[in-house]
Design a protein around this ligand. Structure first.
Ligand code: SF4
Ligand code: SF4
Ligand code: SF4
Length: 284
């Protein structure tokens, strides 16, 4: 077996990998806690940069693992428990049952770039609800591409090397180009997450069961609307608070923006059991 693949599956790698990611997120959370209110989002973005750069540059480019969705499908078909498979299992399949879409808020390498574009606050709400179906089409096309290559063309990608680097490079070029185009088109940094990202197809299922969700006390809410105006995912947070429910939307990326802008300080992270999926989204 290729030495570099051994590195990304061995015990030493697992210790290093989870040690690094845990430390990076820990630093981000620490910064988030100690920074003044307005600067708190920098803590989250710092963690996102540390984890995103590690996954894309180290695991992807240096170790030549295909971290894209197609890579995950290929590794599954090959039966290889690679770093990419571990990443999908922890961050996108099992992890969201604990921490929801925390990966999207704190670790994604696509949004580590998108979050620095000029449209942090989407002033128009979701202006293209039909476009939301595109993420399902994208997911289906990715799966279909892998299945056709595997079963009809007998393509067997090596687990690591130049082929995987090509998949990673082309995949990321398409993601970044479409994500930046959508951000400028809709004046919304997170437009790609809302309309085109295929990973959401998995995340929207697994994050329903998240123990970690945002909640606020109905009696203390002044209906000022600051949370709704600032939520990057256009979630109608007030609607949940008014109904005495936690934020059950599977669109929540746990960025904590709402908790920092609420003038009453009533929104907070809570940890208990309920099933999400009730979507209150702000439309134009
Ligand atoms: S929705 Fe996709 S692009 Fe957006 S943060 Fe999540 S994984 Fe990244
Ligand atoms: S509900 Fe709060 S934590 Fe969730 S995406 Fe909106 S602002 Fe971020
Ligand atoms: S920001 Fe706070 S007080 Fe204002 S509407 Fe939202 S939850 Fe209520």
């Amino acid at each position: 077996m290729d030495r570099s693949l051994c590195f990304t599956t061995g015990k030493i790698f697992l210790l290093f990998n989870f040690g690094y990611i845990g430390t990076a997120v820990g630093i981000g959370i620490g910064l988030y806690i100690i920074l003044p209110r307005k600067k708190k989002p920098s803590g989250r973005r710092f963690a996102q940069l540390l984890v995103g750069i590690y996954m894309l540059l180290f695991l992807g480019i240096i170790k030549k693992e295909n971290m894209q969705l197609e890579g995950f499908f290929f590794y599954l078909l090959t039966g290889l428990f690679s770093g990419s498979v571990i990443h999908y299992l922890v961050a996108k399949i099992a992890g969201p049952v604990l921490f929801g879409r925390g990966y999207c808020g704190w670790s994604c390498w696509t949004t580590m770039v998108l979050d620095y574009l000029p449209y942090k606050r989407n002033k128009l709400g979701r202006i293209a609800p039909k476009w939301e179906q595109m993420r399902y089409v994208h997911f289906a096309l990715s799966l279909l591409l892998v299945l056709v290559l595997w079963f009809f063309l007998q393509y067997r990608p090596p687990p690591t090397g130049q082929d995987t680097l090509a998949w990673l490079g082309v995949g990321n070029m398409i993601y970044f180009a479409s994500a930046i185009t959508l951000a400028y088109m809709f004046k919304d940094n997170r437009a790609f997450c809302k309309y085109l990202c295929p990973i959401t197809v998995i995340l929207k299922v697994t994050s329903r069961f998240s123990l970690l969700k945002i909640a606020g006390e109905k009696e203390k809410c002044t209906q000022c609307g600051a949370c709704n105006k600032n939520c990057p995912m256009d979630i109608n947070i007030m609607e949940y608070v008014n109904h005495g429910k936690r934020v059950l939307s599977t669109e929540c990326i746990f960025c904590l923006t709402c908790t920092t802008v609420c003038p009453e300080g009533i929104l907070e992270s809570t940890f208990r059991m309920d099933v999400g999926g009730m979507e209150h989204i702000q439309r134009k």
